[in-house]
Ligand binder design. Structure first.
Ligand SMILES: NC(=O)C1=CN([C@@H]2O[C@H](COP(=O)(O)OP(=O)(O)OC[C@H]3O[C@@H](n4cnc5c(N)ncnc54)[C@H](OP(=O)(O)O)[C@@H]3O)[C@@H](O)[C@H]2O)C=CC1
Ligand SMILES: O=C(O)[C@H](O)COP(=O)(O)O
Length: 506
């Protein structure tokens, strides 16, 4: 089945514009305006989505608010049951959704299918985890705090926040949307999703899977339109009780404008790969290829700078060069390793970083080559700190190597970054690895492997400009609830006597 056909036909207006989702129905924007989604490979309009207005956003917020009230009263096991159903429907329709990912964001075909399957698994795991952790509360007794008798019993439970606004980025539009939707729903919240423009149609298909699963009307809503046009209106909307955002610097701006509500932010990264003298260089080279070049470097967790000890740098660079030469470059439909980057402006930005490095004398391990949005993989050796590529994230298939003379120099470079998402260290000495891990100011350090967010139940967080809060299934559920306490006050202290007591002693 192709995208926009079969069960997905109702989300498309004729064969023209994809509809937005409000109150359990697929709708057209009243203005008749739409936003074009450009295929990164052909650079032609592939799809169109509705340009929702502020008035439409207001209506969506109202529906989300009232649907949440009923959803909060829905038993946990029923919420979980619906999530499991949505997960199964999502996986059943992996091919049409993957097709959208290929056309909208040039994700290699196999990776696109993997993203959808991973998303289904994430939703199922979320349902199971939610049932486990949301059904549990705490019971505290007052006499554990000095000066108190046992006269107060404190019961804690986990209550929903209300309406969660979810804003995922283009690079994992389905997976990073469900990583917000699943936790929000299992915790009893309603959801307003604003998909990225590139990736919106994949998101709309995914939302339809939740629709087919039979969630109540108004509980899940999806408004489309350019972030630059409706983004501020959404994030500053008084109806929003929590924002979960993944993307770039936009997140920093949102955190300054949003009201007094919980924020979950996963932003950019400049993940460093520190290579010590004793590292297994074949393992490092394989991980640099996987970490630096998969999805053409468009992952927040991509290796974005290699910090290699001078004594092994020549040998490492040769090994990486040999592997770069084997990468397949071309269209995502052919499942190439390197595919066009998401937009022309992104390609131009990457090219700017490459030209800056060229002017300042970096060693080009391959010739720089670009056709449209397709940029050939490029390893830049002998990069120095005065080059932009040493600090900025290209979000493309260009990887700088900085040669270091001590571990301290590597750690210093890593920590001088304004980002602090992940990092990795390669060495056979676990003691050194642990010391380096502790010294790196990043949310996660991988020892002897490239950075990665997954598996999706692992905690995932960035320090500094890389984020606020922590993701991962359990952390996201906990972030989308508030703790409520009820205290039972007894007229006099009451202690249990244990096994030897008799009721007659009361
Ligand atoms: N830490 C992490 O987990 C990840 C971080 N990133 C980072 O994101 C960047 C690339 O992703 P990209 O999608 O381009 O990031 P952006 O920050 O440009 O966009 C992310 C999302 O925000 C929306 N948006 C844009 N403007 C606003 C606004 N004013 N208010 C609210 N929402 C808005 C976008 O919509 P629209 O598309 O319509 O503009 C999109 O849905 C890189 O810097 C990368 O490092 C990416 C993925 C994961
Ligand atoms: O948005 C990203 O880039 C992802 O969070 C990275 O996920 P991954 O490390 O599992 O590819």
């Amino acid at each position: 089945m192709a995208a926009g056909t079969g069960v997905f036909a109702e989300i498309l207006d004729g064969d023209e514009v994809y509809k937005y989702y409000h109150d359990g129905e697929w709708k057209k924007a009243a203005s008749g305006k739409s936003v074009a989604i450009i295929n990164p490979t052909t650079r032609k309009t592939q799809y169109r989505v509705q340009a929702c207005s502020q008035e439409e956003v207001n209506k969506v917020m109202e529906s989300a608010k009232s649907a949440q009230k009923a959803w909060a009263k829905t038993p946990l096991w029923k919420r979980a049951e619906l999530l499991h159903k949505a997960a199964a429907i999502l996986k059943e329709h992996k091919f049409p959704i993957a097709e959208c990912l290929v056309k909208e964001i040039a994700k290699p075909a196999k990776d696109a299918v993997t993203e959808v399957v991973r998303s289904g698994d994430l939703v199922s795991y979320t349902a199971e985890e939610g049932v486990r952790i949301l059904g549990e509360g705490k019971f505290l007794m007052s006499d554990s705090f000095p000066g108190n008798e046992r006269t107060k019993y404190c019961l804690t439970s986990k209550i929903p926040l209300g309406v969660v606004l979810a804003i995922p980025p283009f690079n994992y539009p389905v997976n990073l949307a469900v990583s917000k939707i699943g936790p929000a729903l299992i915790a009893g919240n309603s959801l307003v999703l604003k998909p990225p423009t590139q990736g919106a149609v994949s998101c709309l298909h995914m939302v339809h899977c939740f629709h087919l699963a039979g969630f109540p009307k108004g509980l899940i809503n999806c408004v489309t339109g350019k972030g630059s046009e409706i983004g501020d209106f959404l994030t500053m909307h008084p109806g929003v009780n929590c924002i979960s955002f993944t993307g770039g610097d936009t997140g920093i701006a949102i955190s300054k404008k949003a009201g007094m509500i919980p924020l979950q932010m996963e932003l950019g990264g400049k993940d460093a790969c520190i290579v010590l003298e004793d590292a297994d260089l074949d393992l490092v080279a394989a991980n640099i290829i996987k970490g630096g070049f998969s999805y053409s470097g468009q992952r927040c967790t991509a290796i974005k700078v290699v910090l290699a000890m001078e004594s092994v740098a020549d040998s490492l660079v040769e090994k990486v060069k040999a592997r770069v030469a084997k990468l397949r470059i071309g269209p995502p439909e052919d499942d190439c390793d390197i595919t066009p980057v998401v937009t022309e402006s992104s390609a131009n930005f990457i090219e700017g970083l490459v030209m800056d490095a060229k002017e300042k004398g970096a060693t080009f391990c391959q010739e720089y080559k670009r056709e449209g949005n397709l940029i050939w993989p490029l390893l830049l050796d002998n990069v120095r700190p005065d080059m932009r590529i040493a600090w900025e994230e290209p979000f493309g298939p260009v990887l700088p190597v900085i040669r270091i003379n001590s571990v301290e120099e590597g750690i210093h470079h890593c920590n001088a970054s304004n980002f602090g998402l992940q990092g990795c260290v390669f060495t056979k000495d676990i003691n050194k690895a642990m010391l380096i891990s502790d010294a790196m100011e990043t949310g996660t350090v991988q020892i002897n492997s490239a950075p990665a967010r997954g598996p999706d139940h692992f905690p995932f967080q960035g320090l500094k400009d890389s984020g606020i809060g922590s993701q991962g299934i359990t952390n996201s559920i906990n972030m989308m609830i508030k703790v409520k306490t009820t205290v039972i006050n007894l007229p006099s202290p009451s202690y249990t006597m244990g096994g030897s007591s008799h009721t007659s002693k009361l």
